[in-house]
Ligand binder design. Structure first.
Ligand SMILES: Nc1nc2c(ncn2[C@@H]2O[C@H](COP(=O)(O)OP(=O)(O)OP(=O)(O)O)[C@@H](O)[C@H]2O)c(=O)[nH]1
Ligand SMILES: [Mg+2]
Length: 613
C-alpha cells in the first residue's frame, strides 16, 4: 500500500554545495516555526564541531509539511570521510535530492553519493544550487551531471530526472531558469510529484529497522529508523531481533516522530514514517523491532569497509593526568566501544598492547573528529599516525587507492607534479579550464594522500582545491617516505626560553612558544635536515657580564609554526604520537628516552641496509 501522506527524502551532495542551507529554508518556509522565531544559519549543524568546522558530520532527520503531506528529510554530510552516514541515510528513503553547485559542477563526492543512490534505484531530483554565483554555468553543469549518470550506468528511467534551480541561501527555487518564483514552492511540488510515497502495510507485522543511534539530552539514548511495515505502540512488548541471535522481548517506553527540529511524542507510529524510539536497552544499528508472536527481522545494515586506522593509547607522557578527567585503559575502552556502537563505519579492536586500541574508519578527518570530541569530554590519550588498512587478496598484498582531483592555478602544476611523483601518484588526466586554472586527476595510494592536504594548501598558497575519492584496492605500491624532514626533539624536561629558541633558528622551525614546558622526547620543531635531532630547548645563556645581558632585549624571535590538532595528526611519523588532553596537545616520540631511541634507530638503519642488499 502506498502511503501518500508521506515522502521520505535524503539530500546528498559534495561537501559545501549547500545541503544544510537548503534544509534551513525548507524548515522556514514550511511553517514549522513561528513567524517571530529566529533561526540560526545552518541550524541542523547542531554539534559544536559542525559549527566550528562549517561542515556537516552526522546525518540528521527533520520533517516538514507541504499541503498536508509530511516530508521526512535527511540532511547528509558531503565530506567523503562521513560517507557511511550517507549510506545509512539513503537506506531509509524513497528518493534523493542531488545538489550540485552551479559553478563547481559535480565533484568526487557527487559521484560517490549518486552511485549509492542509483544502486538503491532511488528516483533523483537534480538541484542546481548557488545559481546566484557570478561564475554559475548552469547549462554546462547540467550536461556534466547527465554525463555522470551515464558514466555510472543509470537506466533510462533514472536519467529522466527533473531539474530545479535554487539559491538555497535566499530560499528560492525555479522550475526553469529565470521564471518568476520567489520561494521554494517549485521544489516542494517536484518532491511531491516525482518522489513516491513509501510502501508500507499498517496491518502487517511491525518492522522497524534501526538505522541510526542518537543521544538526546531530554530523552536519553534514542534509536532512529524507518517503519517498514505495521504499527508500533508505546508500552507494548515487541521482539528485538539481531542478525544471528534469537529474538528478545523488549518494551518501548516512548515513540517519537519528527517535526521541524523537535521530536514529537506519539502513542502509535505507522508504516512508512521515519521515527525514533526510546527505552530499549542495548539496541544497536541493524536491529529490527518486530512482533513477538511472528518476528520478521529485516536484513541488517552494511556500509563500506573502513580504509584508515589509528592506534589510540593511554597517555603515558610525563605530563599525563594534569588536565584530564578520564585517563585509564578502562575509560578509553568504554568510550571507544561506545563510538563503534553508535557509528557502524568505525571499528575498534584490541592490539597486542593492553593500553592501546586500533580504531578504524573512513578517513583521517573522521578519526580526528573523534579525537577532538574525546578531549572535549575530558579524556587524555595519545594517537598514532593514521595508516591505511591493507588486505591480502589471493596471496597478494593490496592497499586502498584514491582518485585525487586537483583544481589549481597553472603556475603550481610543477610543485604538485613533483610532490605527487614522490608519493608514487599516477597522472590520469589533465584539462585546462581556459581561465588559467588546471584540473588534474591522479590515482594514488591512500597512504600518499594522508598528510598531504596541509602541504598542498601551503604549496598552492591556499588557491588549490583538492578532492579525493576512494577508488578500490590495488597491489601494494612499495615503500615511500611520508615526511621528508626529521624533527627537533627536546632532550630533557624543563621550560623553553628565548635564548634556546634563538639558537634553534638555523636548525629548523619551532612549533612551541617561548615558555612552553617540555619533556624528554617531546617534539618541539621540524629539523631542516632529514634526521631527528635531540636539542636542549631549555638552555639558558650563561651571563658573563652585565653588558651581554642587555643585548638580550633586542632579540626578535621568529614566530613559531602553530599546527592544529588535525595538522599535528597529519604531521607525525610512524614512530611518533600526538598526546591529547582537554587543554593541550603535544607531539612526541613514541620512545621518549633518547638513548633507547638512538638504539632503535641503529637497529632500523641496519634492517634497512639488509633489505636494500
Ligand atoms: N552564493 C551562494 N552560497 C550558498 C548558497 N547556498 C549555500 N551557500 C553557501 O555555501 C556554504 C556551504 O553551505 P552548507 O549548507 O553548509 O553546505 P553543505 O552541503 O551542507 O555542506 P556539508 O554538509 O559540509 O557537506 C555556506 O557558506 C553557504 O552560505 C547559495 O544558494 N548561493
Ligand atoms: Mg551540511
Amino acid at each position: 500500500m502506498r502511503k501518500d501522506h508521506f515522502r521520505n527524502i535524503a539530500i546528498i551532495a559534495h561537501v559545501d554545495h549547500g545541503k544544510t542551507t537548503l534544509v534551513d529554508q525548507m524548515l522556514r518556509q514550511s511553517g514549522v516555526f513561528g513567524e517571530r522565531e529566529t533561526l540560526e544559519d545552518r541550524v541542523m549543524d547542531s554539534m559544536d564541531q559542525e559549527k566550528e568546522r562549517g561542515i556537516t558530520i552526522a546525518a540528521k532527520n527533520t520533517a516538514v509539511f507541504f499541503n498536508d503531506i509530511k516530508i521526512n528529510i535527511i540532511d547528509t554530510p558531503g565530506h567523503a570521510d562521513f560517507g557511511g552516514e550517507v549510506e545509512r541515510g539513503l537506506s531509509m528513503v524513497d528518493g534523493a535530492l542531488l545538489l550540485v553547485d552551479a559553478s563547481e559542477g559535480p565533484l568526487p563526492q557527487t559521484r560517490f553519493v549518486l552511485r549509492k543512490a542509483l544502486a538503491l534505484k532511488l528516483p533523483i531530483i537534480l538541484v542546481i544550487n548557488k545559481i546566484d554565483r557570478k561564475d554559475a554555468r548552469c547549462e554546462e553543469v547540467l550536461n556534466e551531471v547527465y554525463d555522470l549518470f551515464i558514466d555510472l550506468g543509470a537506466d533510462e528511467h533514472q536519467i529522466d530526472f527533473p531539474v530545479i534551480y535554487t539559491i538555497a541561501r535566499d530560499g528560492v527555487a525555479h522550475a526553469a531558469l529565470g521564471d518568476s518564483s520567489t520561494d521554494l514552492k517549485p521544489l516542494f511540488e517536484t518532491i511531491i510529484g516525482r518522489i513516491p510515497g513509501p510502501e508500507g502495510d499498517d496491518e502487517g507485522t511491525p518492522q522497524f529497522l534501526v538505522t541510526n543511534l542518537d543521544y538526546d539530552s531530554y530523552i536519553g539514548q534514542v534509536a532512529l529508523g524507518r517503519m517498514w511495515n505495521g504499527k508500533l505502540e508505546t508500552a507494548k512488548t515487541v521482539a528485538l531481533c539481531r542478525p544471528g541471535e534469537s529474538p528478545k522481548p523488549v518494551r518501548l517506553t516512548a515513540l517519537f516522530t519528527f517535526y521541524g527540529l523537535t521530536k514529537k511524542p506519539e502513542e502509535v507510529a505507522e508504516a512508512g514514517d521515519i521515527i525514533a524510539i526510546a527505552g530499549v536497552e542495548g539496541v544497536s544499528i541493524g536491529d529490527t523491532l518486530t512482533s513477538l508472536e511472528d518476528p520478521k527481522p529485516l536484513p541488517g545494515i552494511t556500509v563500506d569497509e573502513p580504509t584508515v586506522s589509528m592506534n589510540f593509547y593511554v597517555n603515558t607522557s610525563p605530563f599525563a593526568g594534569r588536565d584530564g578527567k578520564y585517563l585509564t585503559t578502562r575509560h578509553l575502552r568504554a568510550r571507544l566501544e561506545q563510538e563503534a556502537f553508535r557509528n557502524v563505519s568505525i571499528k575498534v579492536e584490541d592490539t597486542d598492547r593492553a593500553d592501546s586500541f586500533r580504531v578504524s574508519g573512513r578517513g583521517e578527518l573522521q578519526l580526528g573528529v573523534l579525537v577532538e570530541s574525546m578531549r572535549r569530554e575530558g579524556y587524555e590519550l595519545a594517537v598514532s599516525k593514521p595508516t591505511i588498512i591493507t588486505k591480502e587478496i589471493d596471496g597478494v598484498l593490496m592497499e586502498p587507492v584514491e582518485r585525487v582531483f586537483f583544481d589549481i592555478p597553472e603556475e603550481y602544476m610543477g610543485v604538485v607534479t613533483e610532490k605527487m611523483a614522490k608519493r608514487k601518484g599516477k597522472m590520469e588526466n589533465m584539462k585546462h579550464s581556459g581561465t588559467g586554472r588546471l584540473t588534474v586527476e591522479y590515482t594514488c595510494a591512500t597512504r600518499g594522500i594522508i598528510g598531504f592536504r596541509g602541504q598542498f594548501l601551503t604549496d598552492t598558497r591556499g588557491l588549490g582545491v583538492m578532492n579525493s575519492l576512494f577508488e578500490g584496492y590495488r597491489e601494494w605500491a612499495g615503500t615511500f617516505r611520508h615526511r621528508f624532514n626529521g624533527v627537533l626533539v627536546a632532550d630533557r624536561m624543563g621550560t623553553s626560553n628565548s635564548y634556546a629558541h634563538l639558537a634553534m633558528e638555523d636548525r629548523g622551525e619551532l612549533f612551541i612558544q617561548v615558555g612552553t614546558e617540555v619533556y624528554e622526547g617531546m617534539i618541539v620543531g621540524e629539523n631542516n635536515r632529514d634526521h631527528d635531532l635531540d636539542v636542549n630547548i631549555t638552555k639558558e645563556k650563561k651571563l658573563t657580564n652585565m653588558r651581554s645581558s642587555n643585548s638580550d632585549q633586542t632579540i626578535v624571535l621568529k614566530v613559531p609554526r602553530t599546527l592544529s590538532l588535525d595538522e599535528a595528526i597529519e604531521f607525525i611519523a610512524d614512530d611518533e604520537l600526538v598526546e591529547v588532553t582537554p587543554k593541550v596537545f603535544r607531539m612526541r616520540k613514541m620512545e621518549l628516552n633518547q638513548d633507547k631511541r638512538a638504539q632503535l634507530n641503529k637497529t632500523r638503519d641496519k634492517d634497512e641496509q639488509i633489505m636494500a642488499m
